[in-house]
Design a protein around this ligand. Structure first.
Ligand code: TAP
Length: 455
């Protein structure tokens, strides 16, 4: 039986790795999810075959967990997905923390390497749990997204972390007398998780969530070492490393280092004052926008969070098709952090059957931009804000953007002059070649479609 379980674990691990690879391409991503879930099913069934398990608790846990998970998955709005991922990361950390505490509670007399694993599981699990709760609160605007900074913060956090690690040495040397010490370490680690996340601004939360996701994987891998479960070690390492890679990709997309994201306090009062935005806002009704669009030879759609809120992707695709039929070259430019989660725009555009070859990345979009007749911004704001390129005082200075201001004409579809996620003004709206099409993105795109259809 033991051999069968181990072989099942190897099969499950291979499926996880292959599933991760398939997630890298849009065409295979949906299947990858199912495939990886099948791998998890194999791992769970194999684990249930281990001798001496108390099934009644497992069944109760599975029923409660599945009910909450299924309800949350059905009830969550697409736009709130990052918060949910953030919260679930936290529960992953909490689960590992409980495994660490329970294993120590069962037997204190363990080899040093297991004690180190227990301590690290408790430390990382606690930081992940409390940090994720704060990230969830900031993203869902249950608490303020502004960075909370105080004097000597980094030093204080450093001392706290140093203290917790020093307690870990004591714990490993004297495990039999360290019950209280482990509980105190867990509480201090929970506090550390809060302190590490509060200085980070709401706009940087996606990076933090991805990093916490990586931590939750590490905590799970550590828990795997404690209970000597190979598939948990492999799955934990995969989550740990993929979370780290995703974190790096997002930092690169914002042209920031991880250290800057974690300690920069973006959104706090900047050292250099932001430039004043000047110029007139020129609103344009759909009927007039139609004439400009009709004459356009090349049109680039640049979607953002507002497209997700308005669920405008199908209408956008319909407009794209009409423009193509009129002979225009149509492209869809996707910024890596547009929306509220990695790949958010890709998912929506794929749902609307936008052909993959029409999706272009930021770099290609920017090199094409000067020859684009009309760039249509659909509910995007921060990712097309020229202040990121030009205004050293701007909190998003240095973040690469899609340079829609360099197109011949730029239409911006949004409901008002309100700011985006970073909470800053956008000089794009005041540019000479920008026209604001105020209204809900779906209604406005639909109006443009109707103009073309002559209704
Ligand atoms: P944002 O800068 O957040 O701007 C979205 C704009 O959509 C808002 O200004 C809003 O203006 C408009 N909008 C909202 N509902 C709309 C509707 N129904 N119809 C039309 N417009 C609507 O979005 P973005 O440009 O996509 O930038 C993403 C931001 O989120 C970045 O700051 C990024 O760092 C952050 N972020 C990204 C992620 C990832 S990984 N993608 C995760 C979390 C946060 P009105 O209110 O005037 O309509």
């Amino acid at each position: 039986m033991e051999q069968f379980i181990n072989i099942s674990y190897i099969v499950a691990s291979i499926i996880f790795i292959y599933g991760l690879k398939m997630l890298g391409r849009q065409e295979t991503a949906r299947r990858a999810n199912l495939f990886s879930a099948a791998g998890m099913l194999i791992a769970i069934v194999a684990t249930l075959l281990i001798k001496g398990l108390s099934y009644q608790w497992i069944i109760i846990g599975m029923l409660i967990g599945s009910a909450i998970g299924a309800y949350a998955a059905y009830a969550v709005k697409m736009t709130s997905m990052p918060e949910m991922v953030g919260l679930f990361n936290g529960f992953g950390g909490l689960a590992s923390l409980l495994v660490g505490l329970a294993e120590y509670h069962l037997h204190q007399d363990r080899p040093a390497e297991t004690l180190i694993s227990i301590y690290l599981t408790v430390l990382i699990g606690s930081v992940t749990f409390s940090g994720s709760l704060i990230a969830w609160g900031k993203l869902s605007e249950k608490i303020s997204g502004k960075p909370v900074l105080f004097r000597g913060q980094k030093l204080f956090n450093g001392i706290l972390l140093g203290g917790i690690l020093a307690m870990g040495i004591w714990f490993t040397l004297y495990p039999l007398e360290s019950y209280l010490l482990l509980v105190v370490a867990a509480v201090l680690s929970l506090i550390l998780g809060v302190l590490l996340v509060i200085p980070i601004g709401g706009a940087d939360m996606p990076v933090v969530i991805s990093l916490l996701n990586s931590y939750s994987g590490l905590a799970a891998a550590m828990a795997g070492f404690i209970i000597q479960n190979n598939v948990l070690i492999v799955a934990g390492c995969l989550v740990g490393t993929s979370g780290l890679i995703l974190t790096q990709i997002m930092c690169k997309a914002m042209n920031r280092s991880l250290a800057n994201v974690l300690f920069g306090g973006m959104g706090a009062t900047a050292g250099v004052a932001s430039a004043q935005v000047a110029g007139d806002v020129k609103a344009l009704p759909a009927a007039d926008a139609y004439y400009i669009l009709e004459a356009a030879r090349s049109v680039m759609f640049v979607p953002g969070y507002g497209m997700a809120v308005a669920q405008a992707q199908h209408a956008v695709r319909e407009l794209g098709k009409i423009l193509e039929e009129k002979g225009a070259e149509v492209t869809y430019a996707v910024h890596p952090v547009a929306g509220r989660m990695p790949g958010h725009m890709n998912v929506l555009l794929a749902e609307a059957d936008v052909p993959y070859e029409q999706l272009i990345e930021m770099e290609s979009a920017n090199s094409m931009m000067p020859s684009v007749d009309v760039a249509i911004v659909i509910g995007a704001n921060d990712v097309v804000n020229p202040a990121a390129r030009e205004d050293k005082g701007s909190p998003i200075y240095g973040m690469p953007i899609i340079n829609v201001d360099q197109a011949r004409t730029c239409f911006v579809l949004k409901r008002s002059m309100a700011s985006g996620f970073a909470g800053i003004e956008n000089p794009l709206f005041f540019c000479d070649n920008t026209r604001m099409l105020f209204g809900d993105a779906k209604t406005m795109v639909q109006s443009l479609v109707n103009e073309f259809k002559g209704s």
